[in-house]
Design a protein around this ligand. Structure first.
Ligand SMILES: NC(=O)C1=CN([C@@H]2O[C@H](COP(=O)(O)OP(=O)(O)OC[C@H]3O[C@@H](n4cnc5c(N)ncnc54)[C@H](OP(=O)(O)O)[C@@H]3O)[C@@H](O)[C@H]2O)C=CC1
Ligand SMILES: O=C(O)[C@@H]1CCC=N1
Length: 278
């Protein structure tokens, strides 16, 4: 899968100019998308100021006539505010626009009902998109043709890798694995740093050791043909230090708890659909 490509400068409207919109806009600008061909609706003054300062993008506080030229509309609002945002923006959007939602949980059926359009792709990106190392899961409604999929890929490619899932329900699994996943990694990094400090290392060294270990192990797993289980066994010398740590984790049920935690995220994605998809 390629990790970047050349954009053909669609006019892209973002509804919501928060964290995820900033990650996508940053990637687009870095790949040559003109700021003048990005429209943003963002009610929060400070967020609009950040977009102008970071990317030279002038955002509007409310939907208006500028949205009429959008080829692609990226929905980057919270699931809780999606329906209200859709009702406010829909009258200003061209009926021909392709819609790309990054909202967790909210199904295409709800979005289609709110917008009166079936040309919808759902994406579940993650925050490493900010450094062009993102991972995104994509699902397209049957009404989206190959040209529409290619337009979405042009945008998502500016943030890193992507894959398409066959069934919309699988996006909840993507959300739980890679959408929320960076937070799991950061939690592990926090714990490793704390352990390093407790064992007498300076905080900066503890963090460097932890972050470099995640980077190196991830790179090894990405390049290796072996399963993570085999790579783990190669680190685990008989009667050695790794065995002591892994045995402790297994005795405490860490793998089972970790899997249960990810399933809780998947369940929350389903709940978001029920709570905010009506
Ligand atoms: N953060 C992440 O790691 C990921 C997030 N997502 C999804 O991305 C979406 C956005 O998340 P995130 O960027 O973190 O959230 P943010 O809160 O950072 O951004 C959402 C922005 O939308 C603004 N907003 C609220 N109402 C409207 C409206 N009616 N019209 C336009 N803008 C509005 C909010 O303003 P205000 O604060 O004033 O309400 C806020 O600035 C969510 O649906 C989330 O599920 C997906 C993958 C990863
Ligand atoms: O926590 C959330 O709901 C969003 C979706 C995935 C990452 N952040």
């Amino acid at each position: 899968m390629p990790t970047h490509t050349t954009t053909t400068h669609l006019t892209i409207a973002f509804i919501g100019g928060g964290n995820m919109a900033n990650a996508l806009i940053g990637g687009l600008i870095a790949q040559g998308q003109p700021a003048a061909q990005i429209e943003v609706v963002e009610p929060w003054d400070e967020a609009r100021a950040r977009l102008l300062q970071s990317f030279g993008v002038t955002a509007q506080a409310a939907p208006g006539a500028a949205l009429a030229r959008a080829d692609l509309v990226v929905w980057a609002v919270k699931p809780q505010t999606f329906r209200d945002a859709a009702h406010a923006a829909a009258p200003h959007l061209p009926t021909t626009a392709l819609h790309l939602s990054v909202a967790a949980g909210i199904p295409t059926a709800s979005i289609a009902r709110w917008l009166g359009s079936d040309r919808i792709v759902r994406a579940m990106p993650n925050t490493p998109a900010l450094v062009q190392r993102g991972m995104t899961g994509l699902f397209a409604c049957p009404e989206v043709d190959s040209a529409g999929r290619a337009q979405v890929e042009q945008v998502i490619a500016t943030t890193g890798q992507w894959l398409w899932v066959e069934a919309e329900a699988q996006l909840d699994a993507v959300t739980a694995l890679s959408g929320s996943g960076p937070a799991y990694v950061f939690l592990f990094l926090e714990a490793m740093e704390q352990a390093g400090i407790a064992m007498g290392l300076p905080a900066t060294q503890a963090r460097q050791l932890a972050v470099a270990t995640f980077q190196g192990a991830s790179a090894l797993a990405a390049q290796s043909h072996e399963a993570p289980e085999v790579l783990r066994q190669r680190v685990t010398s008989k009667g050695g230090t790794t065995h002591a740590a892994i045995s402790h984790m297994q005795a405490q049920g860490v793998p089972e708890h970790f899997i249960a935690a990810i399933r809780a995220a998947e369940q929350r994605a389903r709940e978001l659909a029920q709570e905010f998809g009506e």
